[in-house]
Design a protein around this ligand. Sequence first.
Ligand code: ZN
Length: 212
Amino acid sequence: MTVKYGSAKRMGLVSCRDCHLLSRWPEVRDSQIVCCPRCGSELHRRKRNSLTRTWALLLAAMIFYIPANVLPMMITSAVGSVQADTIMSGVLYFLHSGSWEIGLVIFIASIFIPFMKFIILIYLLISVQFKLVTQPENLTRLYQLTEAVGRWSMLDVYVVSILIALVQLGVLAEISAGPAVLYFALVVVTTMLAAESFDPRLIWDVVEEKDE
Ligand SMILES: [Zn+2]
């Protein structure tokens, strides 16, 4: 595949992340700091250590995903009984009690979407790291998708509050959030940071490199 347009990096240009001024990248040693001639911010041609940082954050998110799903999300105490529910048992509860729509929303927001984000980020990282990029446009679309979904990540947290409110309305029981809520919030935050650390321009760098 040939590249129709050369990247700014290839043309010796760099864009400032803060004021977006495009300037010429000076001839400097790797360790030297280059600053924007207009606003003075430090310039980077690519996000620094993008792959390593994204891998690390993604790995952390995947580790937090386990307690988020295994530990109780919600502890319900009614007269004489205490019940601890994980996300999945909550989903099953709603499916069996006839409110399958609520069960489905919780499943998609809390289990499916985070899992899909893991898969997409792993795919992007492996494609760039091992230079397996064949359809850069599609990879860019996938990255845009994770960013778009990222904006809705906080929905997951709302889902838990809605769930708690619903149960509280339904029965006279005391509801408290379980330890999974904390891990769940950590999954949301670390996944967002992982997506943010990934530099989608690296996808096109692989194509340009092959082209040379
Ligand atoms: Zn600037």
